[in-house]
Design a protein around this ligand. Structure first.
Ligand SMILES: [Zn+2]
Length: 424
């Protein structure tokens, strides 16, 4: 007899333990075959199966519960077969916990539009599909079947379809994977956003079909949870439509269709309207499934996410700015390369409990950044990742104890800096 239903009790689960009134916030636990994640949680990014400059053991010590890598980068190098043979992403990179991969859609389509910032500061400047359609230099072309793109490494041509993205992510073997989606920008026309949304919906069905097929074929492997991605840019009706559609989406087999295990909230998001847009989606999405906000990680945005119903976040910002000597502190961002730190014989932040702050001074960090020593990136990244991981842990604790909004007011009252957003 051919087995066509996925087994129940597959090792993936989401349990909500607290859901405070008067907000969409919730506290819970995501269980995966490689361990649990207490939510809300910040998931540090190890794009190419490494958090740049930091050992996995150190990431564990600083409180990271899971890591997120990128399917596009790992597809190009070392290739999904290598990760499969190695026993999957977590074992390959010696990470003793859960892992995520994003689908590669964002990176592949970024090649086409050349945008790096997801949160455009001013979405009203112009609106044109030229940012995707007209540029001869672009490295990616999207059609209804998938995306053809040129490798940023060697210029070779590749094609991602929903099926390819699923095959790649199954071989990489992360616990939580994402459906292949078309990520637009705030500058696209309304008409294009509608077209991209429908394409993402149809790709979602193909992802579910391929995911189910691969899960059955590879039943000896740990279960991988598939999240659908909600797009729709800044349009209320499109965001609501996408949330409704993705929540209802099922694979096409009639006898035991599957839906998504959770949802990724993605795409063009304007910092000023982030909370409103999240509310549109999260009031519609089923409460019992986890929600991940893709590529958002600045302190002020993490608060907006948590109180509007986000369970997990990922962002490269903490590690990326650390390598340029920018560090978070309770009173805003500091730049360790600045001359003021030359004789600052005190930690980056005396309220921080990280390894760097316990053992090193700003004067030493200033010295190693000025001298371009490799340890500079390591020490600054440890501090920044700890700062962000701990901040979300503190939000979780405040949600449980019932003083979340007091904690937010106290934190934001001191932390004034408005920083940008980034995905790798
Ligand atoms: Zn620190």
């Amino acid at each position: 007899m051919r087995i066509n239903a996925l087994p129940s009790g597959n090792g993936f689960n989401f349990e909500i333990s607290h859901a405070p009134e008067k907000s969409l916030a919730r506290v819970g636990t995501i269980s995966t075959p490689h361990g649990d994640i207490a939510t809300p949680a910040f998931i540090p990014v190890g794009t190419k199966a490494t958090v740049k400059a930091v050992l996995p053991e150190t990431m564990k010590e600083l409180g990271a519960q899971a890591l997120l890598s990128n399917a596009y980068h790992l597809y190009l190098q070392p290739g999904p077969d290598v990760l499969d043979e190695a026993g999957g992403l977590a074992r390959f990179m010696n990470w003793p916990g859960p892992t995520f991969t994003d689908s590669g859609g964002f990176q592949v389509l970024s090649l086409g539009v050349g945008f790096k910032k997801v949160l455009a500061m001013d979405a009203q400047t112009f609106r044109s599909d030229d940012v995707i359609a007209g540029n001869k230099e672009r490295l990616a072309h999207v059609d209804d079947e998938g995306v053809t793109f040129k490798s940023h490494l060697d210029g070779s041509m590749h094609r991602f379809t929903p099926e390819v993205s699923m095959q790649v992510q199954h071989k990489i073997g992360a616990d939580i994977i994402f459906a292949f989606d078309e990520c637009t920008t705030l500058h696209n026309t309304r008409k294009y956003q509608e077209k991209a949304l429908e394409r993402t919906r149809l790709w979602g069905i193909r992802c579910l079909d391929e995911h189910k097929k691969l899960t059955l074929e590879r039943s000896e492997k740990p279960y991988q949870a598939l999240y659908g991605v909600i797009q729709g840019a800044q349009y209320e009706d499109l965001r609501k439509k996408a949330a409704t559609d993705m929540a209802a989406l099922r694979s096409t087999d009639p006898d035991s269709p599957i839906g998504f295990d959770g949802f990724g909230l993605g795409g063009a998001l304007d910092k000023k309207t982030l909370g409103t847009i999240l509310t549109w989606m999260n009031e519609i999405l089923p409460a019992q499934k986890p929600r991940h906000l893709l590529g958002i990680g600045a302190p002020e945005d993490l608060f907006v996410g948590v109180e509007n119903g986000i369970d997990t976040f990922d962002c490269v910002l903490a590690s990326r700015i650390a390598r340029t000597s920018a560090v978070y502190t309770m009173v805003g961002r500091n730049n360790l390369s600045n001359a003021i730190n030359r004789r600052a014989f005190e930690p980056i932040d005396d309220e921080c409990d990280c390894y760097t702050c316990a053992n090193y001074t700003k004067a030493y960090l200033h010295h190693v950044f000025r001298g371009k020593e490799i340890i500079a990136a390591t020490l600054a990244t440890i501090h920044n990742e700890r700062f962000i991981v701990r901040l979300v842990d503190q939000m979780r604790a405040a949600l449980i104890s019932g003083d979340y909004f007091e904690f937010k007011e106290q934190f934001m009252g001191r932390y004034k800096h408005l920083s940008g957003q980034a995905r790798d």
